[in-house]
Design a protein. Structure first.
Length: 158
């Protein structure tokens, strides 16, 4: 009887161990939110020009650049305090420069210490400004700090 129970428990442990390898790693989730309307878009997912404008509203300007005949076009959306670059239906860069926009809970005007619990701070600063790694992502988050030690600009590169 003990042997059957032990073999049953061993089977359960082995099964759970093997299925843990099959699970995919959770994708990073960075929600870019308009603070006024509270509408948001996940910048880590595939997006389209139409989806971005439908969620965030019409851009002040939308530029299309063809870098090369073999490359997909790069779209640059410009909003008040926000710039988004997108290529091949993926956002490649986001720049936030005023309090009208949030990235998860981050916004312009917070201190770098408030960012540290949410992101992994890099050992090396970028031009004297803190740099962070977005967990579960290849994205890097760069900040510009003003004289009062507050974030005045947030830049995310994917």
């Amino acid at each position: 009887m003990k042997t059957k129970i032990l073999s049953f428990l061993f089977g359960i442990i082995l099964f759970s161990f093997l299925t843990s390898f099959n699970k995919q790693q959770a994708a990073a989730s960075l929600l870019l939110t308009n603070a006024k309307t509270n509408k948001s878009i996940n910048v880590c997912e595939k997006n389209s020009v139409q989806k971005i404008e439908a969620v965030l509203g019409g851009a002040i300007s939308l530029n299309k650049e063809l870098p090369d005949d073999k490359e997909e076009p790069v779209f640059t959306f410009t909003y008040d305090g926000l710039t988004i670059e997108m290529q091949n239906d993926k956002i490649i860069e986001v720049i936030i420069s005023n309090k009208k926009w949030k990235l998860n809970t981050l916004s312009v005007g917070i201190t770098p210490q408030q960012m540290s619990p949410k992101f992994e701070r890099s050992e090396f600063d970028y031009l004297g400004n803190p740099r962070f790694k977005v967990k579960d992502s290849k994205a890097n988050l760069f900040t510009e700090i003003d004289k009062t030690n507050k974030v005045k600009r947030i830049r995310i590169l994917f």
